[in-house]
Design a protein around this ligand. Structure first.
Ligand SMILES: C[S@@+](CC[C@H](N)C(=O)[O-])C[C@H]1O[C@@H](n2cnc3c(N)ncnc32)[C@H](O)[C@@H]1O
Length: 217
């Protein structure tokens, strides 16, 4: 389900082409690219969940014209923005309509990479469980699941900004809020992904889960 949560003081406004711009996406884009570009697959398909404005996938697709990118978002205004940001990039498919909490999306296409930026704190534990199960099924052998965002660490909120953001989310909907990186690491290991956690600016983390490669592929 899409929740109408207030996460920023003002809602982004679309330009004449329908392009939205998120200040957070512009702030974190280069740090995300720095971590992802050296770890991205040599070939194949990249599926992004909750692509939002489309600014991250447009930047990644411009850097890697040899990969095929598949953005998605359940919000139609976001899909319009994604398609507008990616116009002129022949390696980006039209944005798909995927709700991460609805089982079944993994069967549509095997992915060499699944990317999720700034979503986990906006969904419930049950939706996260579906997301992780589907993402692990969607990954091709050797594929990479990359999850960026703010997290609890050892069950704790570790900055004043995180405490107030998490509290504002839970006040709007008690089902959502920061997830624990240690829990996420354990679940990814149970799903047989090799886990790497990278510290990111502004107390965020990039959690990476690599599927086992199959010899000869
Ligand atoms: C904070 S924005 C992040 C967007 C983008 N990844 C970024 O970092 O700029 C959250 C996005 O998650 C999408 N979203 C909310 N609930 C979702 C769900 N259940 N499944 C998939 N996407 C969802 C919203 O439509 C929104 O575009």
């Amino acid at each position: 389900m899409i929740r109408r949560l207030r996460t920023t003081p003002t809602e982004p406004v679309a330009d004449a082409e329908g392009r939205l711009s998120a200040p957070a996406a512009l702030r974190n884009r280069d740090a995300i690219l720095d971590v992802l570009l050296p770890r991205m697959p040599r070939r194949g398909d990249v599926l992004e969940l909750a692509s939002g404005t489309g600014e991250h996938i447009a930047a990644l697709a411009a850097h890697r014209p040899d990969l095929d990118f598949h953005p998605s978002d359940p919000d139609p205004s976001r899909r319009t923005s994604i398609d507008a940001h990616c116009r002129g990039l022949p390696n980006v498919a039209p944005a798909g309509d995927i709700d991460v909490g609805e089982p079944g999306w993994a069967i549509e296409k095997a992915a060499d990479m699944v990317l999720v930026v700034n979503l986990l704190h906006l969904i419930s534990d049950a939706e996260l469980s579906v997301l992780l199960d589907e993402a692990s099924r969607a990954l091709a052998p050797g594929g990479l699941l990359a999850i960026y965002g703010p997290f609890l660490r050892g069950g704790l909120l570790t900055s004043e900004g995180d405490r107030s953001f998490d509290a504002s989310l839970r006040a709007q909907d008690p089902a959502v809020g920061y997830k624990d990186v240690d829990m996420l690491r354990t679940v990814l290991q149970v799903l047989e992904l090799a886990v790497e956690v990278v510290e990111m600016p502004a107390n965020n983390l990039m959690v990476l889960g690599r599927a086992k490669a199959v010899a000869g592929l």
